[in-house]
Design a protein around this ligand. Structure first.
Ligand code: HEM
Length: 503
């Protein structure tokens, strides 16, 4: 062969190699990572917004590096479905962060354990003892009683012409609903400041769990804890665990002395009985950390939903009066909303769905890739051990998914085609797949009841001096997306009369 033939063969091999390489799966596109720190600087103060902006440039599946962690950011319903439904089994865990390791929480927490046998047992116990339709129906009276207490408090504010802190009222209600389900105890009273410490603790837990922590990207910094996040997590978890310890000790004493009278029908009682039986292995430590998970996950998310829904309704009075007309027509003037009424209130349901779309209480769904093999999704490689972050905030505000994406329009859900149970990936406020929120059915009842009770029984006006267009809509980023400034509004005697037609 002459030189020209050699050169031709070499060019042919080179071209075929590059052709094959360009057609073989590669990492999803993304911004160029800086040495060592990767793309950490891209996150900013509001990572959910920064990542949504980046997805406009790089597309609905992106690859970023945070320190040494390969992170795949998903921002479309189609790819979310691939990850959370089709390949659910390849992503059994959430990332174990330094914060979740406080008090060894990650070793027993239902929210942190990989989807293995211990996790399945905890989910089963929660389902059987707390979230089954039968259990929820049985605890309906309890929620009714707590709602009556809320209404009594609103009535007092109404009589005094006093602006009410909607967040505080929603928090005390959610707190007592959960604390009664878990322990048969009220944890707080309205307007006494009694809920303040617990509110700080719960928000503290959500904040430290959600804050980007350098230690998670550079484990070598673990000893120094430069942002103090692990220390804060130890403090907040410690406070809650100590409260629960006291309650458990007391209950055990009562059980030993046969003093639990009337017999308590709460989760703690069920857990203690299970721990004494032989069906499941459940230690005192497991019980404590399960209670912590349920307590934190159940109070903050429901409070946030009610506060955002009220904020949107007070900023859009025509939507509020439409919701009130529906309630007056279906429930009537002198009756309270009950749980079995929710299915008859399509506009109320649409408001809650729109609140979940526009203000998802949790901006992300997190998963970790299992095993040593890579996976291919949409022609891209998902590296093993990659962190998957489904940005549901970005999906909720994507104009290709939602027309008028920046406007609060419950009407878009009136056809009832989209539900929130993890089937319609354009709206997954409770996640999807095996790890979907186990508290969905309880949360569904709580948020509809709270919102309906507030708007059915009273008219509302914004705190004096605040105009409609001045209502603060800023979000505060954490594991949950709280409203930065608490909503304050004055409840008024209800004026409008029932009409029979909602259009
Ligand atoms: C509006 C209210 C709520 C919202 C929006 C919400 C949302 C979520 C989301 C997005 C997840 C992650 C799901 C996934 O990864 O696919 C989750 C998990 C979880 N939620 Fe909720 N949640 C709410 C209320 C509740 C309540 C009331 C409870 C219990 C009292 C609860 C307990 C949990 C637990 C234990 C997990 C972890 C499940 C696991 O990893 O297996 N949540 N929730």
């Amino acid at each position: 062969m002459d030189l020209i033939s050699y050169v031709l063969i070499f060019c042919l091999i080179w071209a075929s190699f590059h052709f094959l390489k360009s057609n073989s799966p590669k990492l999803p596109p993304g911004p160029y990572p800086l040495p060592i720190i990767g793309n950490i600087l891209e996150l900013g103060q509001n990572p959910h917004k920064s990542l949504a902006k980046l997805s406009k440039i790089y597309g609905p599946i992106m690859h970023l590096k945070f320190g040494s962690i390969n992170t795949i950011v998903v921002s479309s319903p189609e790819i979310a479905k691939e990850i959370l439904q089709k390949h659910d089994y390849a992503f059994p865990t959430r990332i174990t962060t330094a914060a979740t390791q406080a008090h060894g929480h990650h070793k027993t927490s239902v929210a942190c354990l990989p989807a293995g046998s211990q996790w399945r047992i905890l989910r089963k116990i929660c389902k059987e003892q707390m979230f089954s339709t039968q259990r929820l129906d049985a605890s309906r009276g309890l929620r009714h009683a707590k709602l009556q207490k809320l209404l009594k408090y609103v009535q007092e504010c109404c009589v005094n012409g006093k602006a009410m802190d909607i967040r505080e009222a929603a928090f005390v209600t959610s707190l007592n609903l959960i604390s009664n389900t878990l322990f048969s105890l009220d944890f707080a009273e309205y307007n006494t400041g009694s809920s303040q410490e617990l509110q700080e603790i719960v928000h503290g837990v959500m904040r430290v769990m959600g804050s980007p922590n350098l230690v998670d990207y550079f484990p070598i910094l673990g000893w120094f804890d430069p942002q103090g996040i692990k220390r804060e997590a130890e403090y907040y978890f410690g406070k809650l665990l100590a409260i629960f310890d006291g309650i458990i000790n007391q209950r055990q004493l009562e059980m030993e002395q046969n003093l639990v009278s009337p017999r308590k029908d709460d989760l703690l009682q069920a857990l203690l009985q299970i721990s004494q039986g032989s069906e499941y292995e459940l230690s005192r430590n497991d019980i404590n950390h399960l209670l912590l998970d349920l307590f934190v996950a159940g109070t903050d998310t429901t409070t946030i939903t009610v506060e955002w829904a009220m904020t949107e309704l007070l900023s859009n009075p025509h939507l509020l009066s439409k919701a009130k007309r529906e309630l007056l027509a279906i429930i009537g003037e002198n009756k309270q909303v009950e749980e079995y009424d929710i299915s008859k209130l399509p506009y109320l349901q649409a408001i809650i769905k729109e609140t979940f779309r526009y203000h998802p209480p949790g901006p992300y769904i997190l998963r970790c890739k299992d095993g040593n093999e890579e996976l291919e999704i949409n022609n891209y490689i998902i590296p093993h051990n990659a962190l998957i972050l489904v940005n549901i905030w970005a999906i909720g505000r994507d104009p290709s998914v939602w027309p008028n994406q920046n406007s609060f329009e419950p009407e878009r859900f009136l056809s009832g085609e989209i539900d929130i149970k993890g089937h319609n990936f354009e709206l997954i406020p409770f996640g999807a797949g095996r790890r979907i929120c186990p508290g969905l059915s309880l949360a569904y009842r709580m948020v509809h009841l709270m919102l309906a009770s507030l708007i059915h029984n009273f008219d509302w006006k914004l705190e004096s001096g605040i105009k409609l267009e001045e209502v603060d809509m800023t979000e505060k980023f954490g594991l949950s997306l709280q409203k930065a400034v608490a909503l304050k509004a004055v409840p008024l005697e209800r004026l409008i009369k029932p009409v029979l037609h909602i259009s």
